[in-house]
Design a protein around this ligand. Structure first.
Ligand SMILES: *Cc1c(COP(=O)(O)O)cnc(C)c1O
Length: 228
């Protein structure tokens, strides 16, 4: 596993430098859905300290097993409002806020435990019907409304493009998210930041970095193919 992780870190660095960005401005989120706590610990020992999970129940179990290890947990899956309490309890950053309803549920739970919950707004940049995420055209109004929720802090945007066999084909989606974030930044909405762009996975993270990704979510290239 160590070799795989070192290799990914090298590729991240190289992709950043090739487009004139600083390697330290791109952060690796190791996606550990379906991966055991033991393997996560192994990856931690090889230098990963941020892990992304998709399912609350599965994540909760592993997080409890790994308590005491200084891991930062990110939630990257589709989140239902009725799981907001657990999302707030376990995760430092939730990448997948895509509605006012979910934001309000998270805000309420965060207020109860006196936490300011960091979130990203997930955008369905390709507009595909089957994809989750808010529509790009709604982003401004959603973000304006969420910015007023005192216990949430918007840190940027996330997207997941459709699957392409050629990663270059995802570039228009990544560029679209970048442009959207710059446009929102110009609106000077109080209490929000557009620092982060969560985009890029095993198959297309180098393209995403060239389009401005600050968080890349990589599972397969670290842990191998998932058998589900
Ligand atoms: C599973 C998953 C990833 C990681 O995908 P790989 O192709 O294994 O790198 C990234 N982001 C999200 C939202 C995922 O669900």
């Amino acid at each position: 596993m160590e070799e795989g992780i070192n290799n990914i870190k090298e590729r991240i660095k190289k992709a950043a430098m090739e487009c004139g960005r600083k390697p330290e401005d791109v952060t690796l989120v190791a996606v550990s859905k379906t991966i055991s706590a033991g393997k996560i610990k192994e990856a931690f020992d090889c230098g990963c300290n941020i892990f992304g999970e998709n399912y609350i129940q599965e994540a909760g179990k592993k997080i409890k097993e790994l308590v005491g290890i200084p891991i930062s947990w990110h939630f990257i899956g589709h989140l239902q409002s009725n799981k907001a309490k657990y999302a707030v309890k376990f995760f430092d950053l939730i990448h997948s806020v895509d509605s006012i309803k979910l934001a309000k549920a998270l805000n309420k739970e965060a207020a109860k435990v006196n936490k300011v919950q960091n979130v990203l707004i997930q955008i369905n940049i390709s507009g595909e019907v089957a994809k989750s995420g808010a529509e790009a055209g709604e982003a401004e109004s959603i973000i304006k409304e969420i910015s007023g929720l005192e216990n949430l802090s918007i840190r940027g945007l996330m997207t997941m493009p459709p699957f392409f066999d050629n990663p270059e084909k995802a570039a228009p989606c990544f560029n679209g998210l970048y442009r959207l974030s710059r446009g929102i930044e110009k609106l000077d909405i109080k209490n929000i930041s557009m620092k982060h762009l969560s985009m890029g996975m095993t198959g297309d993270f180098e393209t995403a970095i060239k389009c401005g990704a600050t968080l890349v979510r990589i599972g397969t290239a670290i842990f191998g193919a998932r058998n589900v």
